[in-house]
Design a protein around this ligand. Structure first.
Ligand code: FES
Length: 125
């Protein structure tokens, strides 16, 4: 299961699990995070723009070049509502664009991450 390291502005990094095939936006939501601007959630508005600093993502559906131009994609631009991590990723979001709205859901996601991390270590030993 991929692990997403999330950087929101200057806040400390947060590590969250991403289930296979899950978009970054879906992983945010499942972990109790919400974007300040909801946007269309269909790849049509660009409100969910993030930057992929490390790792790679693929879009779960086509994204219009008018929403995410190739030049922006080339420097790591991705739409959280469409981007599916292809392994561990590090992503950055603008300060204030994403915030935790459910500490309980966040705690559950962090437990899931701890469980998969422990499992991975046990399998590797
Ligand atoms: S929310 Fe509109 S493009 Fe992602």
């Amino acid at each position: 299961m991929p692990v997403m390291t999330l950087q929101i502005g200057a806040e400390p990094e947060i590590r969250l699990p991403v289930r296979p095939g899950e978009t970054i936006d879906a992983a945010f939501t499942r972990a109790g995070y919400a974007r300040r601007r909801k946007g269309c959630r269909r790849g049509g508005c660009g409100q969910c723009l993030i930057t992929v600093l490390h790792g790679s993502v693929t879009d779960d559906r086509p994204v219009a070049v008018t929403v995410l131009p190739p030049a922006q994609r080339a420097v790591g631009g991705a739409l959280a509502c469409r981007a599916v991590p292809q392994g561990d990723v590090v992503v950055r979001a603008d300060a204030g664009s994403i915030r935790c709205v459910s500490p309980l859901q966040k705690e559950l996601a962090l437990r899931e991450l701890a469980r998969i991390t422990t499992t991975t270590v046990q399998e590797g030993s």
